[in-house]
Design a protein around this ligand. Structure first.
Ligand code: BV8
Ligand code: ZN
Length: 246
């Protein structure tokens, strides 16, 4: 890939790199995105499924949707994009990986200290007493998983629409955006807030902002550089270029 000369110059001098990812980074692992034509939201109404009201009103439907997603994730693997991002972390002294994804494929590819803005689909907790249930235990085999401590409703550890993001995660993400010399936005439509504010914060604080996405998005015109490639194609080549600068 023939990278833009400004990008190459910025990579050469960058001390601090942050990558923000969305569902697109897992697409080449076979996990559907949300808003692409064949995406998850094309079949379901997000407000109905990814919200507290939706969960309380359609608990069985929401659980069948999450069980479906868990079974897909359990049968997929990280792709070359995930692995290249994990390798880049080892080469850059000050590096942050922020993800909107709940599939934990970054962690399975070796990325460490991943900042999860929207929680994860691997763990669950009791909606009523807060007890934590690590991993997708056999509890999930029941149509309506019940808490063993209080008999309450168990829910996935994800952040639903209308719910605050984990305070520590969003704080760390904002600090990473402020400090970044280069801020990559990968595989996200940049339609969900407050995550979609992060590239803006990065640019306002002097970062060179790079979008890696085969399609145009809501913030493409605000980018310093757009790599119109999939992440599994682009990131192994970005990794190779970074190695030449060390
Ligand atoms: C909150 C649940 C306080 C987990 C999700 C302003 C400020 C704050 C909040 C808001 C605001 N305006 C509106 C709100 C409310 C709301 C919001 O943002 N609504 C949107 C729809 C307008 N935000 C919230 O409710 C957040 N909470 O702020 O609380 C509050 C509340 C209300 C009002 C004010 C304040 C909570 C947000 C989290 C919601 N949870 N999911 C789950 O079940 O998964 S969101 C869901 O969308 C996923 O988590 C996902 O991560 C996220 C973003 O989607 P993307 O990852 O971008 O995926 P998408 O399909 O959209 O795009 C994929 C992209 O990849 C495409 O561009 C495609 O071209 C590209 N692509 C495809 N293949 C590839 C590729 N790229 C690279 N390589 C490829 N191979
Ligand atoms: Zn309970």
């Amino acid at each position: 890939m023939n990278f833009d000369k400004n990008f190459k110059a910025r990579i050469n001098t960058a001390k601090d790199v942050t990558i923000l990812t969305g569902a697109g980074v897992s697409a080449e692992s076979g996990i559907a995105t949300f808003r692409d034509p064949d995406g998850l939201w094309s079949k379901f109404n997000p407000a109905e499924l990814a919200s507290i009201d939706g969960f309380l009103a359609n608990t069985e439907l929401v659980w069948s949707w999450y069980r479906h997603r868990v079974s897909i994730i359990e049968n997929t693997s990280p792709n070359p994009g995930h692995y290249a991002i994990a390798e880049i972390q080892k080469l850059i002294k000050s590096f942050n990986l922020i993800t909107q994804n709940v599939d934990r494929l970054h962690q399975r590819a070796g990325s460490e200290n991943v900042i999860e803005l929207h929680g994860n689909i691997v763990n669950n907790h009791c909606f009523d007493c807060g007890d934590i249930f690590e991993g997708n235990t056999s509890l999930l085999n029941n149509i309506l998983p019940k808490c063993v401590s209080c008999g309450g409703r168990i829910r996935p550890d994800v952040v639903w629409f209308g719910e605050m993001l984990p305070q520590q995660a969003i704080k760390k993400a904002e600090i990473a955006a402020i400090k970044a010399d280069i801020f990559f936005i990968v595989g996200t439509s940049s339609e969900v807030y407050p995550a979609a504010n992060l590239p803006i914060i990065a640019k306002q604080n002097g970062a060179f902002v790079v979008e890696v996405n085969p399609k145009q998005t809501a913030i493409s015109n605000y980018m310093d550089y757009c790599i119109r490639e999939t992440s599994a194609v682009a990131f192994p080549q970005i990794l190779e270029f970074i190695k030449t600068t060390l």
